[in-house]
Each structure stands twice: as structure tokens, then as C-alpha cells.
Design a protein around this ligand. Structure first.
Ligand SMILES: O=C(O)CCC(=O)C(=O)O
Length: 362
């Protein structure tokens, strides 16, 4: 069995990710080596990336969305709907989550991944519904190609779980998870209104108040050949939307009009991307956005990503009011079943949604 201390020769070798428990440890020991050939995951040409569009990424001001002034509120709802329809992606400013809390979450997340592997062994990934999972790549045992990231994934809602170390992590994570849930709830109300539905319509029909929240902490170590590998492949997220913050190091790209756009978040903002369940309830009006994580060869990148979705036992379908004048584009499916489906097909873009799409001919 190859250990993290394996030294690569000048020829790229194939190295099974199940033999690497942490790409961070592997990268630290193999700084100047070629990466294993089964980490080659960039298949599209680099000129698919456009920088001109980065400045056009929509910005939503949370304080306007939650304003008590009906005019200000409805203008913000309109902007939110436009961002969801045109990009499926936006930056959220003035969201009321303190800078200190965000900094604490990032610091503790760094400390978690920095602990020796033996300290993290008890959290080893044992499957999608295990409350706490630490691992590398996405699902190494089932992949042909692996991804240059380590992760911690924790179910933080409806029940809160969290690693008991490093000290203080659980406490800041609890506070952050609850604050994000509040922001997500307000966003979902605004999104309902933007679709012409009652403010609480999606929240009530999908059991959002006891909905699944997954707290993901991705670590992407420097990669000696960032032009060949990815931290995460193009994918959409399974829930309603995901709120992301990072440690100041770029790497997220979103697909817009067929091109990859680099995301350079505004200071203190949260990055929000629309997930598959919102595409379903909005009957395709708000499409989930493809995104991926690219790498660099200098600095470690950390992203803290909170996915917020329906209650796992709820059947999710397009909102009935939207179907008064149009055909349903999706079959209804229990969120738990969708989540499992999406985990299996995640590495193929929006493969999860393809399973429940109703063909136009039907
Ligand atoms: O780290 C990033 O920028 C992307 C993370 C992501 O897409 C995910 O965790 O699903």
C-alpha cells in the first residue's frame, strides 16, 4: 500500500486515491513532483474561461431584501429573481453574519484539516447519511479520476452534529450554521415571492424549517500541476442553495453562457449558488448552476460551504401554482432519494436532475 510518504519519480504514476487518505499530506510530501496521472481531470481547453464577465456577477443586498419598506423590499425581490433566472448565482452583501464569526469558522476549519490524520481517523467517511465524514476527493473507491481536495462534511440540521475537536470548533460552527439557516430562510421567502408565490410557500411545502443542512469544509492544497487537475469537477448542488465563504484565495468558477467565470467575491460577502431543488420547485425557471474548483501551485485554499435543502422525507415537485399554466418539467421525488441519486451521479454535471426530468415529448 502506498503511503502519503510515497515519492514520485519524474514520470507521472497512477496512484489510487483510496491509498491516499489525505491529499494535503500527500501534497506536502511531494511538493516538486509530477502529480499522479489519475488526478488529471481538466478536459476542457483553458480558453473556455472568460474574465470579462466576472464583474457582472449579480450582487444582492440582504439588508434591502429584509427591509420593512415594501418598495425597497419588492425591488430587492425583483433583483433576486433576476439573479436566480439569469445566473443561478450571486454575491450576498450586508447579510448580518459578523466578520468575527466568519473569521473564527475559517480559523477553526484550518485547524481541523491541520490536525494529524490519526486525529481525524474517527471521522472517516462511512456514507452520505453519516453525520460526520472526513475524506479526500469525492468518492475515491468509485472514481476513475480523483480530485485534489480533502473534505469534512457534517450534517448540521435538523440535528446538529460536529467534530469535538479542535477545541471551540463545534461552538462557532453551531452559531454559524444557525445564522446561515436564518439567511437561507429569508432568501427562500424572497425567492418564493419573486416566483409570484406566497412568501412561505416553498418553506412550508418542503419542510424547510426542519430541512437538511450540510456543512462542508473543503481544503485544496497547492498542486504542482494546477493546469491538469481540479479540486472539484463541474457539478450542481443538490439542495435549494449553497452559501460559500473562502479564505481569501480564489478558485471557484461558475458556468455562465457556456463559459467559465472566475469568482472574485466582494469582501465580507457570501457566495450563493442555486441548487437542483430550486430548479425543481421553480419548474425550471431558476436553474441550478454548474460550478467547479480550480487549483493553484502556491497557496492552500479553504472553502466553507453550507448546503440548505428540503426536509429529507418530503416529496419535492414543481410548485402547484406554477403548473396552472404550464406542464411540469420534473417528476416529484423524495429529497432523501434525490440526495442519494445525486451523490451517485454527481461527477457528471447535472446528472441527478436528468433522472427526474420529464421529456418535452411526454
Ligand atoms: O470550493 C469551492 O469553491 C466549491 C465547493 C463546492 O462546489 C462544493 O463543496 O460543492
Amino acid at each position: 500500500m502506498a503511503s502519503a510518504a510515497t515519492t514520485l519519480s519524474s514520470e507521472p504514476k497512477k496512484l489510487h486515491a483510496s491509498d491516499i487518505s489525505s491529499i494535503k499530506d500527500f501534497a506536502e510530501l511531494n511538493k516538486d513532483s509530477l502529480i499522479p496521472s489519475n488526478y488529471y481531470s481538466i478536459t476542457e481547453p483553458r480558453d473556455d474561461v472568460v474574465d470579462e464577465l466576472a464583474a457582472s456577477i449579480p450582487v444582492i443586498d440582504f439588508s434591502l431584501l429584509t427591509s420593512g419598506d415594501p418598495q425597497i423590499h419588492s425591488k430587492a425581490v425583483h433583483e433576486l429573481g433576476k439573479a436566480c433566472a439569469e445566473w443561478g448565482f450571486f454575491m450576498l452583501t450586508n447579510h448580518e453574519i459578523s466578520e468575527n464569526l466568519m473569521a473564527d469558522v475559517m480559523k477553526k476549519s484550518h485547524e481541523f484539516h491541520g490536525m494529524p490524520l490519526e486525529e481525524k481517523e474517527e471521522f472517516g467517511d462511512k456514507g452520505p447519511f453519516t453525520p460526520i465524514r472526513h475524506g479526500t476527493s469525492f468518492f475515491p473507491q468509485a472514481e476513475e479520476v480523483h480530485y485534489w481536495r480533502d473534505y469534512l462534511k457534517v450534517i448540521t440540521f435538523p440535528e446538529f452534529s460536529f467534530p469535538h475537536k479542535p477545541p471551540g470548533y463545534k461552538e462557532v460552527a453551531f452559531e454559524y450554521s444557525r445564522k446561515i439557516k436564518g439567511v437561507a430562510s429569508n432568501l427562500l421567502q424572497g425567492i418564493s415571492e419573486s416566483l409570484g408565490l406566497e412568501s412561505n410557500s416553498i418553506i412550508d411545502s418542503t419542510g424547510f424549517d426542519s430541512g437538511l443542512q450540510i456543512f462542508v469544509v473543503n481544503l485544496y492544497p497547492p498542486c504542482p500541476q494546477p493546469e491538469l487537475a481540479l479540486g472539484m469537477p463541474p457539478h450542481s448542488d443538490h439542495g435549494f442553495f449553497t452559501l460559500l465563504t473562502q479564505n481569501g484565495i480564489g478558485g471557484l468558477q461558475v458556468k455562465h453562457d457556456g463559459k467559465w467565470v472566475n469568482v472574485n467575491p466582494l469582501p465580507k460577502s457570501l457566495i450563493v449558488n442555486i441548487g437542483d431543488q430550486l430548479e425543481v420547485v421553480s419548474n425550471g425557471r431558476y436553474r441550478s448552476v454548474l460550478h467547479r474548483a480550480i487549483l493553484n501551485n502556491r497557496e492552500t485554499r479553504i472553502s466553507v460551504v453550507l448546503a440548505n435543502g428540503p426536509a429529507i422525507d418530503k416529496e419535492v415537485a414543481p410548485a402547484p401554482k406554477l403548473l396552472e399554466k404550464e406542464k411540469s418539467l420534473f417528476k416529484s421525488i423524495k429529497y432523501q432519494d434525490y440526495f442519494e441519486l445525486q451523490q451517485k451521479s454527481r461527477l457528471s454535471g447535472k446528472g441527478g436532475l436528468d433522472h427526474i426530468r420529464i421529456n418535452a415529448q411526454n
